[in-house]
Design a binder for this molecule. Structure first.
Ligand code: ATP
Ligand code: MG
Length: 247
């Protein structure tokens, strides 16, 4: 990681890329995760590689939704585990939510490696190694879920999720929060709250927002959500990308 000079204008982006490459080396991220990372980088470039106002609005709405949830669960895949394991664990611990490992191309070894990494990072409850339920509408391997975890959750955070699984979770009646740099993806359009921001910026931001918002009353948290419109946030994100490209 140290070979990128600090002075490089795109240091943060290159460091993020190396984390995913390292994730592949360590048996945490699948090879297709590299392709997903590349797609995310392109959209982040359009966005100006910063957290935007609509991104911040979505992060606030997401935190309000998580704080209001009865059974919030945070889902972790191979890219998320490589990029922000500590951010996911910190958020889970602050809101008292379990984590669940769910990867696109499932191998038991990778699931275990990710669960171990989360536990080493301080996670209290990690589901995913012994699935005992299925999300309806997905093929067998990708449908695997855990009771007490994603299967029973009322609110799930699924960063960098695939469109099919996002839709299947919404169809189960869950509120779905995603982090996706592509505001045009099926996931972005299907989720209840879409955070168009890089996961490496979004998660630490959300951890800080929990500290800021944890003292709010139910009514105040509900007011944050009432003012939130996901489609408007997606439109604003696309508009910012166009503006940034024109400028
Ligand atoms: P969909 O299935 O939703 O239509 P897709 O098939 O294009 O999307 P997937 O590979 O299923 O994409 O999901 C990965 C998504 O995560 C992509 O939209 C990509 O832009 C986004 N992404 C990749 N890296 C990051 C990152 N570091 N932070 C936030 N989003 C990211
Ligand atoms: Mg997809």
């Amino acid at each position: 990681m140290s070979e990128i000079p600090l002075s490089h204008p795109r240091y943060a982006s290159l460091l993020t890329r190396e984390k995913v490459v390292l994730g592949v080396d360590e048996g945490i991220t699948g090879l297709p995760g590299l392709v997903a990372q590349g797609r995310g980088e392109a959209f982040d470039y359009f966005l100006g590689e910063r957290t935007t106002l609509p991104g911040d609005d979505a992060e606030r709405a997401a935190v309000a939704m998580l704080l209001l949830a009865e059974r919030p669960v945070l889902s972790v895949n191979g890219n998320v585990a490589a990029l922000v394991p500590q951010g996911m664990v910190d958020l889970a611990n602050k809101i008292g939510a379990p984590l669940e490992v769910n990867i696109f191309y499932r191998t038991e070894e990778r699931v275990k490696n990710i669960a171990d990494l989360l536990r080493r990072s301080g996670a209290k409850t990690v589901y995913g190694e012994d699935p005992d339920a299925h999300v309806p509408g997905l093929d067998h391997e990708r449908a695997k879920a855990c009771r007490g975890g994603v299967y029973d959750a009322d609110v799930v955070l699924v960063p960098l999720e695939d469109g099919d699984r996002c839709e299947a979770l919404v169809n189960m009646g869950k509120k779905v929060i995603t982090v996706d740099l592509n505001p045009l993806s099926r996931t972005a359009k299907t989720a209840t709250v879409t955070i168009v921001d890089n996961a490496v910026r979004a998660l630490p931001n959300m951890v800080e927002l929990v500290d800021e918002m944890i003292g709010l009353s139910r009514e105040e948290l509900e007011a944050v959500l009432e003012g939130y419109e996901n489609e408007a946030v997606l439109r604003r994100s696309v508009a910012l990308m166009i503006e940034h490209l024109r400028g």
